[in-house]
Design a protein around this ligand. Structure first.
Ligand SMILES: Nc1ncnc2c1ncn2[C@@H]1O[C@H](COP(=O)(O)OP(=O)(O)OP(=O)(O)O)[C@@H](O)[C@H]1O
Length: 637
């Protein structure tokens, strides 16, 4: 709770100091005005009972002023802190975006338990806005409670216990919240699965299969089972919470009745005035309301504190870059370029320069044991080498890839094939440094990938994946952001689309200016999955001289003929890239008509590389590739 208060104060103070001071002053005014109205009422009652019209009139004015001040202060305080609350939401959302993307790795997106934490954080941070209101109202309530306690004690010393009894509903409220939270957390797996099944059964992409296979009823049943299980858990949690809250309130209600009996008895015996009875009734009922609000506010504060903690939880899940090995293994230090290979020019014409302050890597240079990150080479001479690479997904039982040794030669087009789950995508994720190998190294012209400045390396790579982004921008921007500095250069965008063999933009109502998706106020255009994929391919083709281009089944939504045309067309682009920068094109595909065109084919299976060679070599080898190719070719005959 204390961390919630300090966290919220620090966050809000950073957003707008002046508005915070105004809001704090107004809430303090509200805190004093509420018990002051009760005190003035006591004087009004006593004066009226004694027939003192003058004091009664002034007391009446004081009651009115205090009541108006209480209302007005709360109202204007709300205006002052409303904007700060909204800025708090913006700030925490921005922090979540930064945390989520502040790592080169993907683990926190891909592991279901981490994805759950992310979803909880996204959900709960939306409610951080209520935190400041709870904090200010809570502060004001605390001051009011203090003054009320003093006034009650003055009315009758025994009444000092009344505010103490208020602690019980508070404690019960905390227990209640804990029970409700536990139930919610316990139900996240069922909720996630129910949500997935709901999306699956309402998604246009799956509608055909579901109807044909007669799956709707079955999936609906599964959805209902998960949902019922989640709801039953939440309901049990809420019931426990409700019982705790009711018990706390009941104890306080008993104390309230006892307090009134005491004061009335004193008044009957002439030891207190009518005003004291009125004061006790008003203060005790105010106290009741204050306690009820305090319970809600404490819960809101606890929730806000937890929301802020979610940021730390997510931060803790996000993997940080591992430092490169302190000293390279003896082998790595040896230049990998063949003897006689000329030294690479540091900047070829048309090739983006190295990032400022990042020393360029010369071919064959051993990893930077000094810890200085190197720029990728201006052009590849040897290529990208995987040396004894072993990789295990965090939390997985065993490695997906074991001791992989490979050379992806500079300027070549490399196809990766293998059964589902063989590790093809994993291999390209390692090349993009979304994960680090457990053992071994990936060398770019002899330099360990971990010794390259990651931003500079990524600036020289490009990729299209099976699961591509669908940015709801204009069509031009959705493609142009593939090369941010040229994002609004229509010629560059059209070139990217032409390289992707895409005519999708020609069929859009406003061409490159067409807004995509439904998030636009004036209504955007809905495009199909295949059209989104073509835009993603155009985006991947924006960069002119990449050292690595990854195409991981980027054409799964295109027909075999269209994919084949795309790769034929891409072969021209690959030749250009190869000439400009010695870039390597790696593509993953299950379509062998495309695969056979590659300069090098790598067959992945059983956790490693099974076969490597050209189409003709692998057919002659008559192994796995030949068998897979034969099966597919027969199917097309
Ligand atoms: N983030 C992850 N965490 C744990 N295991 C994973 C993760 N991603 C993939 N795997 C597992 O690693 C193995 C290799 O997956 P990968 O996606 O590389 O296969 P693939 O050859 O590309 O398959 P496909 O042809 O179906 O796309 C699979 O068993 C998969 O379940």
């Amino acid at each position: 709770m204390l961390t919630a208060i300090t966290g919220l104060l620090r966050l809000s103070w950073r957003q707008d100091r002046r508005k915070m001071i105004v809001a704090l002053a107004l809430m303090a005014g509200n805190a004093v005005a509420v018990p002051a109205a009760a005190l003035a009422l006591k004087h009004l009652t006593n004066a009226a009972a004694a027939g003192d019209a003058g004091t009664a009139a002034w007391s009446g004015v004081a009651v009115t002023v205090a009541a108006i001040a209480a209302l007005t202060c709360a109202h204007f305080a709300h205006i002052a802190y409303f904007e700060v609350s909204e800025l708090n939401v913006l700030s925490t959302d921005e922090q979540l975006i930064e945390i989520s993307n502040g790592t080169p790795y993907l683990d926190h997106h891909e592991r279901p338990e981490h994805a759950d934490r992310m979803a909880l954080a996204q959900d709960e941070l939306q409610r951080i806005g209520e935190g400041l209101q709870a904090l200010l109202t809570g502060g004001s309530l605390a001051v009011s409670l203090l003054l009320t306690t003093v006034l009650l004690t003055l009315a009758h010393p025994a009444l000092v216990v009344l505010p103490l009894l208020a602690a019980l509903p508070l404690l019960a409220g905390r227990r209640a919240q804990a029970a409700a939270d536990r139930a919610r957390e316990d139900s996240t797996v069922d909720t996630r699965q129910a949500r997935h099944l709901f999306e699956l059964t309402t998604d246009a992409a799956s509608a055909k299969e579901l109807r044909l296979l007669g799956l709707v009823g079955h999936l609906q049943q599964r959805y209902a089972t998960h949902w019922r299980r989640a709801t039953a858990r939440i309901w049990r949690g809420e019931l426990t919470a409700g019982l705790w809250r009711a018990a706390g309130q009941a104890v306080f209600a008993l104390g309230y009745v006892a307090a009134l009996v005491l004061v009335v008895r004193d008044a009957v015996r002439g030891r207190a005035g009518v005003g004291d009875v009125v004061l006790a009734i008003v203060l005790a009922s105010q106290l009741n309301q204050q306690v009820a609000s305090a319970v809600t506010i404490t819960q809101q504060l606890v929730r806000s504190g937890r929301s802020l903690r979610r940021l730390d939880e997510v931060r803790a899940l996000v993997p940080q870059p591992t430092p490169p090995p302190a000293a390279p293994p003896a082998e790595a230090a040896a230049p990998l370029a063949a003897p006689g290979v000329p030294a690479a020019p540091l900047a070829a014409p048309g090739v983006p320069p190295a990032a400022p302050g990042v020393p360029p890597a010369a071919p064959g240079v051993p990893p930077a044991a000094s810890g200085v990150l190197l720029a990728p080479p201006a052009r590849l001479l040897e290529g990208i080498r995987l040396r004894q690479v072993t990789f295990t997904y965090p939390g997985a039982a065993g490695p997906v890839l074991r001791d992989v040794d490979l050379l992806l030669p500079a300027g070549s087009t490399v196809a990766i094939v293998g059964e589902n789950g063989a590790g093809k995508t994993t291999l390209v994720k390692l090349l993009n440094r979304f994960y680090e190998p457990d053992r071994g190294a990936i060398l770019v012209d002899g330099v360990d990938l971990r010794d390259l400045d990651l931003a500079a390396w990524r600036a020289r790579t490009t990729a299209a994946f099976q699961d591509y982004a669908r940015p709801e921008l204009t069509a031009g921007l959705a493609v142009g952001i593939g090369d941010l500095p040229r994002a609004v250069d229509d010629d560059a965008v059209r070139t990217g689309l032409a390289r992707a063999h895409s005519t999708v933009v020609d069929r859009l109502p406003y061409g490159l200016d067409t807004r995509l998706g439904r998030s636009h106020a004036d209504g955007g255009v809905d495009v199909s999955g295949g059209q989104w994929q073509q835009l993603a391919l155009g985006r991947a083709m924006m960069r002119d001289a990449p050292l690595l281009m990854v195409l991981d089944e980027p054409a799964s939504a295109l027909d075999a003929e269209a994919e084949h045309r795309l790769f034929e067309r891409y072969a021209d682009g690959a030749a250009r890239v190869a000439a400009d920068s010695g870039g390597v094109t790696v593509f993953v595909s299950h379509r062998f008509s495309t695969v056979r065109t590659a300069d090098l084919i790598i067959v992945i299976g059983d956790g490693g590389v099974r076969e490597v060679g050209t189409h003709d070599e692998l057919i002659r080898l008559d192994g796995t590739y030949a068998a897979l190719y034969g099966t597919q070719a027969a199917a097309y005959r």
